[in-house]
Design a protein around this ligand. Structure first.
Ligand SMILES: Nc1ncnc2c1ncn2[C@@H]1O[C@H](COP(=O)(O)OP(=O)(O)O)[C@@H](O)[C@H]1O
Ligand SMILES: [Mg+2]
Length: 363
C-alpha cells in the first residue's frame, strides 16, 4: 500500500520554517504533484517523506506505519533527483542493479528485474554502456530504472526533468505518466513548473512560503483557485487581477478600479456583500477577455505577441495597468497602438477579498 499521510508536519532550520504545519493525504496509486515557487519548501517536504530530514513536529505515515523513526532504506520508497546521481564507473546494467545488490537479491532475480526495468524505460540496447556514453535524457531514464527496479510502494521525484531540454522534457513527461499508470505506484512529484503539474498530476498541492495553499485536481485548481496566490501562480499568461470597490452602476453592481469597471453577476455581488470585504480583487484569465463594442474596459494594445497557434495582446488600461488578452491566430492580427474595448465573460470572473486574499464564490 502506497498511501502517504503527512499530519501537521513542520520542519524548521533554525529560524527558517521550511514546511509549516503541512497536512496532506496522498492516496495509494495517486500521482500527486507538489508545486510552488523556488524556496517554498517542496524539497524539504519530500525529504521528510523520504526520511532524509526529520520533521520538527508532526507525523509521516507510509502505508499503515508511522515512519518517523524508520530509516529511509526501510520506508519502501525510491527517490529520483534532478541530478541523476549515477555511478560513473558502472555500466547501465550495474547502475540499475545496484539497489538490488545492496539488498542481497539473488543474481537470477536481479537479472529479471533489471531486464524488466530496462524494457519499461527503453534501455535494453544501452545496458553495457557507461553513463558518460549516454545523453541527458538516457541518463535520467537510467535513474528512473534504478528507482523502479525494487518496485517500491512510493516514488519520490524532485524536479527530475529540469535538466532536460524542452523537447525531451515533453517526451519524458509523457513517459513518466505512462510509467506510473503501468506500475500502479504512488508518485509524489516536486516541480516549480506549472505545465508539468497541470499535465501530470491527478491532484496538485500548491505551496507558498512553507504553507499549503490548495489541493485539488488540476482543472478545478485552474477554474477555482482558492486564493490570489494560486490564481496568479497557475495559468500562463497569468490571470489579470484588478483591485477595487463595489459600486452601483445604473442598478448593476460592479467593481470599480482606477483603470475601469467590471460588472458583477448578482450572485457574485451578493456573496461579496455578505463576506463583508471592504475591497475586492477581480480576476479574469486572458482567454476570458474579448473585444466588444460596449466592453467595460478601455484599453490600448501595446504589444502583440504571436506564438503561432495563439496571440497574447499586451494592453494598457487608462491608468497604465497592464492587462493580457489571449486570442486565437485564426482572427486578423490587431495593430499595436489600437484603442479597443474589452468585455470580460461574467461567468468566468474570479472575486477575492483584497485583505484576506481568499476566493469569494458566488451564492
Ligand atoms: N539544510 C537546510 N538548512 C537550512 N535551510 C534550509 C535547508 N534546506 C532548505 N532550507 C531552507 O528551507 C526553505 C525551503 O527550501 P526547499 O525545501 O529546498 O524549497 P524548494 O524545494 O521549494 O525550492 C528555503 O528557505 C531554504 O533556504
Ligand atoms: Mg527544491
Amino acid at each position: 500500500m502506497g498511501r502517504v499521510v503527512l499530519d501537521h508536519v513542520t520542519k524548521k532550520f533554525d529560524e527558517v520554517v521550511a514546511v509549516d504545519d503541512l497536512s496532506l493525504e496522498i492516496e495509494d496509486r495517486e500521482f500527486l504533484v507538489l508545486l510552488g515557487p523556488s524556496g517554498c519548501g517542496k524539497s524539504t517536504a519530500l525529504r521528510v517523506i523520504a526520511g532524509l530530514e526529520d520533521p520538527t513536529s508532526g507525523t509521516v505515515t507510509i502505508g499503515d506505519r508511522v515512519v518517523n523513526d524508520v530509516e529511509p532504506k526501510d520506508r519502501d520508497i525510491a527517490m529520483v533527483f534532478q541530478s541523476y546521481a549515477l555511478y560513473p564507473h558502472m555500466s547501465v546494467r550495474k547502475n540499475i542493479e545496484f539497489p538490488l545488490r545492496t539488498r542481497h537479491v539473488e543474481p537470477a532475480d536481479r537479472q529479471i528485474a533489471v531486464n524488466e526495468a530496462a524494457v519499461a524505460l527503453g534501455l535494453v540496447g544501452l545496458l553495457n554502456r557507461k553513463p558518460a556514453q549516454l545523453s541527458g535524457g538516457q541518463r535520467q531514464r537510467v535513474a528512473l530504472a534504478r528507482a523502479i527496479v525494487r518496485r517500491p510502494a512510493v516514488f519520490l521525484m524532485d524536479e527530475p526533468l529540469s535538466n532536460l531540454d524542452a523537447q525531451l522534457r515533453i517526451q519524458t513527461r509523457a513517459e513518466l505518466i505512462e510509467l506510473q499508470r503501468n506500475l500502479q505506484t504512488t508518485v509524489v512529484y516536486v516541480t516549480h513548473d506549472q505545465v508539468e503539474a497541470m499535465t501530470m498530476g491527478h491532484r496538485i498541492a500548491i505551496m507558498n512560503d512553507g504553507v499549503l495553499q490548495q489541493v485539488g485536481p488540476p482543472q478545478s485548481v485552474y477554474e477555482r483557485p482558492a486564493n490570489l496566490f494560486v490564481a496568479r501562480f497557475i495559468g500562463n499568461p497569468p490571470m489579470n487581477t484588478m483591485e477595487g470597490r463595489v459600486v452601483d452602476r445604473e442598478g448593476v453592481r460592479a467593481v470599480e478600479f482606477e483603470g475601469g469597471c467590471l460588472p458583477l453577476d448578482p450572485a457574485h455581488a451578493a456573496a461579496a456583500e455578505a463576506s463583508g470585504a471592504k475591497s475586492l480583487v477581480v480576476g479574469v484569465r486572458p482567454e476570458h477577455l474579448a473585444f466588444s463594442d460596449d466592453g467595460a474596459l478601455h484599453a490600448v494594445i501595446t504589444v502583440v505577441e504571436s506564438l503561432g497557434h495563439e496571440r497574447h495582446l499586451i494592453c494598457r488600461l487608462t491608468d497604465g495597468q497592464m492587462i493580457i488578452v489571449r486570442q486565437g491566430s485564426d482572427v486578423p492580427r490587431p495593430a499595436e497602438g489600437t484603442a479597443v474595448r474589452l468585455a470580460a465573460d461574467p461567468m468566468h470572473l474570479h472575486v477575492f477579498d483584497a485583505v484576506t486574499e481568499r476566493r469569494i464564490d458566488p451564492r
